[in-house]
Design a protein around this ligand. Structure first.
Ligand code: GTP
Ligand code: SAM
Ligand code: SF4
Ligand code: SF4
Length: 359
């Protein structure tokens, strides 16, 4: 069955009375399905991809539209999936993206379907994505300075990303969220300006702690910008107070934003995603499917479970659902291990980069 690559929790058998849905042995239930549509990408963000790119999967290795639509149907109808996120790699490079979304939408009228993208080409596709049934979009953009953007992504495409963001907002693709990974000495000092831009445009900006998921293995615990540092940087220009809304399992801790000059007016919300220093694994609700159809129960799992071979055999939906449940039962407690601690002595960085897992 699954490919076993070593690490804790291997051999944890799902008991017969585990119940329905994607339960794990720590009592968490995955209802948020994150599906990678491709491992390919047209940027080379330093915290994710090497400059030369990666060895892309063969087309035949990647799940087809029909296989994806079937897996989502099994997830939603049988296993209690309540929301779907399309990611990658870069999902917009997938030629049949619109058809995938409209097929899923045809099966699931009320399913929230969101997508995380780098925004390249979004200006031309935003309306069609909305028409196909996409509910919401998150766009990654780490800097408003062309040179800094190009340094971080190794491509000079800031203008195109900005056009994509504007188009998403214009066609009404929900509340547009912007993701920015802060990198020391590169874009960290820009944090307040990025927030000023986002609140003035009505976007929800989220600052993300860099995780050890880069193909170059360049991450260090001391080098990354922590959530505490992020808040300190923002407090040069803003007052942040905890957002009273329920976090509801979300990676982002939200803060209400007021300008120091007008402290009575809430001008927006900012999220901080502190996967390293303030982890949220205890309330994790995610199940991941890689572009080639492997279940990763955790972003940092060293264990992967193949569903593609079942999808390409005469296995019925129940057999696929059962293997998916088995994989999720063995989900590690946190950060791919028995405890939280990215960068701790016993932490082992996954072989795959964020782009190859599906961020
Ligand atoms: N540790 C950890 N970090 C995650 C996980 N999922 C997402 N992240 C981080 O959160 C960032 C934002 O993820 P998005 O794809 O925008 O989605 P989201 O924040 O879950 O979604 P919404 O707020 O519902 O739009 C990613 O870039 C990751 O850095 C996860 O399962 N574990
Ligand atoms: C892997 S990308 C895939 C989707 C799309 N290409 C994009 O960039 O939005 C998803 C998210 O992962 C984030 N990401 C990539 N590598 C990361 C890392 N090492 N640490 C934290 N977040 C990372 C990106 O900033 C992006 O917001
Ligand atoms: S973060 Fe997204 S855009 Fe950047 S290299 Fe990774 S997959 Fe591509
Ligand atoms: S590191 Fe693993 S357990 Fe923790 S939130 Fe991410 S996917 Fe969930």
């Amino acid at each position: 069955m699954g490919i076993k690559l070593g690490m804790p929790h291997i051999g944890v058998q799902r008991p017969t009375d585990a119940g329905p849905g994607l339960m794990d042995s720590f009592g968490r239930k995955a209802t948020d399905m994150r599906l990678s549509l491709t491992d390919k990408c047209n940027l080379r963000c330093t915290y994710c991809m090497p400059a030369e790119g990666l060895d892309w999967l063969q087309k035949s290795a990647v799940l087809s539209r029909e296989e994806i639509v079937r897996l989502v149907r099994i997830g939603v109808d049988t296993l209690g999936v309540r929301e779907l996120r399309l990611t990658g790699g870069e999902p917009l490079v997938r030629a049949d993206l619109l058809q995938i979304i409209s097929d899923i939408r045809a099966n699931h009228a009320d399913l929230p379907i969101s997508m995380t993208t780098n925004g390249l080409g979004l200006d031309k596709k935003a309306q069609a994505l909305k028409d196909a049934g996409l509910s919401r979009i998150n766009v990654s953009m780490d800097s408003l300075h062309p040179d800094t953007f190009a340094q971080l992504t190794r491509r000079p495409f800031l203008d195109r990303v900005l056009r994509g963001i504007e188009a998403a907002a214009e066609v009404g693709l929900g509340l547009v969220k912007i993701n920015a990974v802060l990198m020391r000495g590169i874009n960290d000092q820009e944090a307040p300006d990025l927030l000023e831009w986002a609140v003035s445009k009505g976007f929800e900006l989220r600052f993300i702690e860099q995780m050890p998921l880069d193909a170059d293995h360049g991450w260090t615990r001391d080098g990354m910008i922590t959530a505490l540092e992020m808040r300190t940087l923002l407090e040069q220009q803003f007052v942040l107070t905890s957002d009273p809304r329920n976090r509801d399992g979300a990676p982002a801790e939200r803060w209400e934003v007021r300008r120091i000059a007008a402290p009575d007016i809430v001008v927006g919300t900012v999220g901080i995603i502190a996967s390293v220093t303030e982890p949220f694994c205890a309330d994790c609700r995610r199940t991941r499917v890689t572009a080639e159809g492997k279940i990763m129960s955790c972003l940092f799992s060293r264990e992967e479970t193949d569903l593609r071979d079942l999808l390409r055999s005469d296995a019925d939906d129940d057999a696929i659902a059962a293997r998916w449940q088995d994989a999720m039962w063995a989900k590690p407690k946190a950060h791919g291990m028995g405890h939280v601690g990215l960068g701790s002595e016993d932490f082992v960085q996954p072989d795959r980069s964020m782009s190859a897992i599906g961020g």
